[in-house]
Design a protein around this ligand. Structure first.
Ligand code: AP5
Ligand code: MG
Length: 194
């Protein structure tokens, strides 16, 4: 199984590059943000809770998020036979530790972490622009700033966590979408060559 964590700040291109990864490696895509937005659309209890955190640019509590992720993995065993792209998870050290346990219990592990590295102003510009077009509720300047703060304080320590395990592959996340994907592919193929 090829389990890829696509990692990066809000707006770094995790969702965009996941599309290419799905196509190229036939992996199952789990975007925790998409899972939560789907609950919000359907008006579930979880959706109501999630909306409060998302609209404040804050993370959903670890315990809740880890439970949701485990459920999605177990509900999609067939589709995930080749492996999974984790997009937006993990976002904290406890989530990363839980992911390790979850995968180990299922006889597998994280194969590589692809870290999309994009300058801060470019992230803001991309998200403001998307907010004007798509109307995603957390794509306004105030919430974008909060999301970036949360990323720096709670999520970016995972770079070190995965570097120490030899799993982190830094990718320059600016340029054309296809050009960036070529770099991602080279990184994954270097570990997937056997
Ligand atoms: P989530 O949905 O994961 O959002 P995010 O990480 O904040 O960031 P985005 O999805 O906006 O960015 P992306 O990196 O996917 O970039 P994209 O490809 O879209 O999370 C939302 C919220 O849910 C969180 O704030 C939190 O509240 C909650 N949540 C989710 N997971 C959680 C977890 N594990 N624990 C706790 N809470 C959680 O690209 C962005 C834009 O840039 C697009 O318009 C795109 O077209 C454009 N773009 C992409 N690539 C390029 C390029 N190369 N050049 C120019 N433009 C580009
Ligand atoms: Mg995304």
């Amino acid at each position: 199984m090829l389990n890829i964590v696509i990692f990066g700040a809000p707006g770094s291109g995790k969702g965009t590059q996941s599309e290419n990864l799905i196509e190229n490696y036939k992996l199952f895509h789990i975007s925790t943000g998409d899972v939560l937005r789907d609950h919000i659309r359907r008006g579930t209890e979880l959706g109501k809770t999630a909306k409060e955190f998302i609209d404040q640019g804050q993370l959903i509590p670890d315990e809740l998020m880890i439970g949701i992720l485990a459920q999605v993995i177990d509900d999609n065993k067939e589709l995930a036979q080749n492996g999974v792209i984790f997009d937006g998870f993990p976002r904290t050290i406890p989530q990363a530790e839980a992911l390790e346990t979850l995968l180990n219990e299922r006889g597998t592990s994280v194969s590589a972490v692809v870290g999309l590295e994009v300058p801060e102003q470019e992230l803001i510009d991309r998200l403001v622009k998307r907010g004007q077009m798509s109307g995603r509720s957390d794509d306004n300047e105030e919430t974008i700033k909060k999301r970036l703060n949360v990323y720096h304080n709670q999520t970016s320590p995972l770079q070190e966590f995965y570097k120490e395990k030899g799993l982190y592959h830094a990718i320059k996340g600016i340029g054309t979408i296809n050009g960036i994907f070529e770099d991602i592919k080279a990184a994954i193929d270097s570990i997937n060559a056997f």
